[in-house]
Design a binder for this molecule. Structure first.
Ligand code: FES
Length: 179
């Protein structure tokens, strides 16, 4: 009799353990289901099912910049974050001169930001940049020096027009005659 009770006890205990294991198995499946749901939404998840990151929220390593030449032809390039518009133009064979190679001693990298909203996103120009801009041909309210405009995520989609001409007084050593 005692032996039968013992066997029943062991049996009940085994079922209880199996039942427990079964519950645990279901719990272990939950993160997988949760993960699949997140993957379905183009997201990643951890083993616990928690959302870790979303690739679409990663900052872009490059931004799109459109250069518009003096004939109105457009060239769209991808510019790495941190690169100046002058460097980007040179890497992509865009005719932006940059005679002093970014040392703020000329105005040949003059660009015109076509959209004032993008212009307002830029850092204010330093005095040296304003001094050089004063020498630029065809100066506008949204003119900047391309070597001083640095690619940043908020500038994605910016359009830069190239002026019809440039002046190169400072680098050439040319001193304009007084009128
Ligand atoms: Fe000379 Fe920009 S390249 S000031």
């Amino acid at each position: 009799m005692l032996s039968r009770i013992s066997r029943l006890g062991v049996h009940a205990l085994s079922r209880a353990r199996l039942g427990q294991k079964s519950v645990n198995s279901r719990n272990q499946e939950e993160p997988i289901r949760a993960c699949m749901n997140y993957v379905g939404n183009h997201s990643l998840c951890s083993a616990t099912g928690a959302k870790v990151s979303d690739r679409s929220e990663q900052p872009k390593a490059k931004i799109s910049v459109t250069f518009v030449d003096k004939d109105g032809d457009e060239t769209v390039i991808n510019v790495p974050i941190g690169m100046s518009m002058l460097e980007a133009a040179h890497e992509n064979d865009i005719e932006l001169e940059g005679a002093c190679e970014g040392s703020l001693a000329c105005s040949t990298c003059h660009v015109i930001v076509t959209d004032v909203d993008y212009y307002n996103k830029l850092e204010d120009p330093e005095d040296e940049e304003n001094d050089m801009l004063d020498l630029a041909f065809g100066l506008t309210e949204t003119s900047r020096l391309g070597c001083q405009v640095i690619a940043s995520p908020e500038l994605d989609g910016i359009r830069l027009a190239l002026p019809a001409a440039t002046r190169n007084f400072a680098v050439d050593g040319h001193v304009p005659k007084p009128h």
